[in-house]
Design a protein around this ligand. Sequence first.
Ligand SMILES: [Zn+2]
Ligand SMILES: [Zn+2]
Ligand SMILES: [Zn+2]
Length: 256
Amino acid sequence: MVKKKTKKKKILNKGEGKSVSDLSEKHFSRYGEFLVSFELSKHGWNIYSPVYDEYIDTIIHKYVCKNCGIIWKHTPQLVCESCKKDFSKSLKKDIIAKKICSSCEKEMIGNKTKCLSCGNKNLVNRPTCNKCKGEVKMIKHNCECGSTEYVTKFRTIQVKSSRIEINSKTGKSKNTYAIDMKPKDLIRDNIHFFIWCLIDNDDRPHFLVLSVNEFIETMGESIKGISFFKDQDRQHFSVNDFGKWGKYLNSFGKLD
Ligand SMILES: [Zn+2]
Ligand SMILES: [Zn+2]
Ligand SMILES: [Zn+2]
């Protein structure tokens, strides 16, 4: 009995103390993509994954009000015409199923198939408000700002992720992140962006968001460097201030 208990404890301990450093390169890269996706969803984006990886890791999409820019709700509202009670959220069971005879206008509640008064089979549905008996209608969303127009936005995103670099000889932290960039990453389209996901030693992510042009600008002369042309470029920068890339920290707003 005692032996059994110890065994169980051992199994539980196996899962403890694991961190991002335990992930393989391949899994870590995917991990970064997911973290970026979750972060983007906080900013109101819907996230889609391409079937094939062609240097675009996610396509993001949102509907916003054309006038004030807040998220546009595309699903119609179910609202009482008279008292404006909104049934869209969770109160659908409160909508009274009323039917009205097209011939004698008798009102009936529930699943009737013919008029109780005249036998007419042509009954008109009238979803009815349980509060004021007004008619519940399906209405198109308009923004609180009064706008009736929205815009649809699409962006394409390439994610690169890095953990803190370790000196392979000493095993000590180098206090730098490293991102590999190649000429083929430079999709020259103004809806294409890079998001670098940098994981610190406490497994906390930091996000740098930059457009293709910002990347080229910040690279300066080294964009023409031989190592970049030969796919051997690797940007190393400090874990403390992210070096020359620091100005792109959390700049998710530019995606809008
Ligand atoms: Zn608006
Ligand atoms: Zn009502
Ligand atoms: Zn009738």
